[in-house]
Ligand binder design. Sequence first.
Ligand code: ZN
Length: 376
Amino acid sequence: MPQRILIALGSNVHREYNLPRAVRLLRRDPRWRVLAVSPVYHSPPVGGKKQDPDFFNAAVLLETDLTLEELHQALRQIEARMGRVRTDDKFAPRTIDLDIVFVQGRKANLHGSQLPDPDIFHYPHLAFPLADIAPDWIVPGTSTTLKHIADALRPSAQEIYPMTDTDILSRINAFSHYGTDQIFEAEENEVYDPEFEALIRKILIRIGENPDREGLRRTPLRVAKAYDFLTSGYTTTVEEVVNNAIFHDGCDEMVVVKDIEFFSMCEHHMIPFFGRVHVGYLPKGKVIGLSKIARIVDVFARRLQIQERMTNQIADAMMDILEPMGVAVVVEASHLCMMMRGVQKQNSSTITSAMRGLFRKDARTRAEFMNLISDR
Ligand code: ZN
């Protein structure tokens, strides 16, 4: 049985860089699914020396089949990868802290520490982000929710506030909220992902370039950011983008959304292919906000793809979340890797389709859909 678990994050060394990076590594890990990420809170150090830098704190809700011990080990590995050295000083400055603090619905014990972590009752920097993403979780054996705990701590915690700085927010949210411009820019003195940037630098040298010349100086950073964005589908789930925007409705007429723009990269050459997606479904009690369909497309487009698989994945995702009478997906795309070689003529496109349920069984339903999307 998968368990839902809350993880507390904290950083006060290069925190603008380390906190978003930890969220990215968590999102990118196949051993669990990140269901929610809290806002980032700014907080003064607790119990430490006055001169210690302030913290960024956040919380992540994830779902996993791992045991608590396995999850604990996995989080320690991520910390180590991010340069964390654990000492006995509970309040020492740290690049990143990833702590299991709460398992939904039960008490637990991890290396002699109790869960839920008793610290959540005392420290607003822990309680606030947890309450943002799991307000209704009840402390086992009580009737106290995380929201109650956070509300009780609020009057004494004016120094702890959510960040509204757009830079940190875009770094964290670029992977769940689409369309931010900053992710293709390089800020002065910005640090993003030195490991990845070093790889891009090697590619530049390998192709005969000088990575230190003015125009290329910040290219590795921009490429790292662009790739994170272009492959953000790996770290985003359909559940997360749909975010409960499914409505119950008696409507049983065909719903068609056409001309959804998408940009993807072919998995054979890592070169873009792009075009339009048309989606239709026949509801059976459940409908979804139209803008969410475009986001579902992005979840699958922003990965290394082949067009056929992407088409099927979009159709299957729609079937899963809406359980409709049927789904139809048609994708028209131009592949740069073919166009640049002259294999594909400039104006031709590759068309793929995936039909599920009634759209597959019933030729008239299918014809109605095809008619609607070709009607321009
Ligand atoms: Zn290709």
